[in-house]
Design a protein around this ligand. Structure first.
Ligand SMILES: [Fe+2]
Length: 197
């Protein structure tokens, strides 16, 4: 990538934040402008990676440092493709690089062991995010959402997480029952697109 602000600069900026704070809200607030700058690069995601997969959204690892202190991932959403309601268990930011997506946010409500349903998911709102918009997640209270591309155009989103999200053990939630199941969502590429920066 031949832009002034590349992954080396991003890494230095993120490490500077992480050296000062472990507070998730502060981290996402401070990393947000870095992602905003990254999103402005027209060459961030090579064209061949911007083609949707036929059966599911595509998940491409762009960059991660050796210690996996964070990762940058591109998601490519074909028309109608959906990520079921899920959590992350780590801080993260989601920036829209191309097109638009719909994000439905949830909060998990604990009704106690005696309740017929221990947990339910409470819907807290839906955001229609378009190019340049940035959303965030962090556990435990801002961590659950579902994402979809209800439009006829391909959407590309760029995500930054405080771990390698392709290895992260997390959950898919059933909004109807509050039940959850374990999941690891692996990347669709074996080698990061920017492995040698
Ligand atoms: Fe997510």
């Amino acid at each position: 990538m031949s832009t002034a602000y590349g992954f080396k600069e991003l890494e230095a900026d993120i490490r500077s934040v992480l050296s000062r704070t472990g507070d998730f809200r502060t981290i996402v607030d401070e990393v947000r402008p870095f992602l905003q700058t990254l999103l402005q690069s027209d060459e961030l995601l090579p064209e061949r990676y911007q083609q949707p997969l036929p059966h599911k959204y595509a998940q491409y690892l762009l960059y991660k440092p050796e210690d996996e202190a964070f990762s940058v991932i591109a998601f490519v959403w074909g028309p109608g493709q959906v990520a079921p309601v899920h959590d992350h268990l780590v801080w993260g930011l989601v920036g829209i690089y191309k097109g638009a997506v719909e994000e439905k946010r949830y909060r998990r409500v604990d009704h106690g062991e005696a309740a017929p349903r221990r947990y339910t998911l409470e819907e807290v709102g839906t955001v229609h995010a378009t190019k340049g918009d940035i959303s965030f997640v962090y556990p435990p209270d801002y961590d659950i959402h579902g994402v979809s591309n209800p439009h006829s155009e391909v959407a590309v989103t760029i995500h930054v997480y405080g771990a390698d999200i392709g290895k992260q053990e997390r959950h898919i939630h059933d909004p109807a029952t509050g039940a959850l199941r374990d999941v690891v969502t692996k990347h669709d590429n074996d080698v990061p697109i920017y492995a040698d920066v």
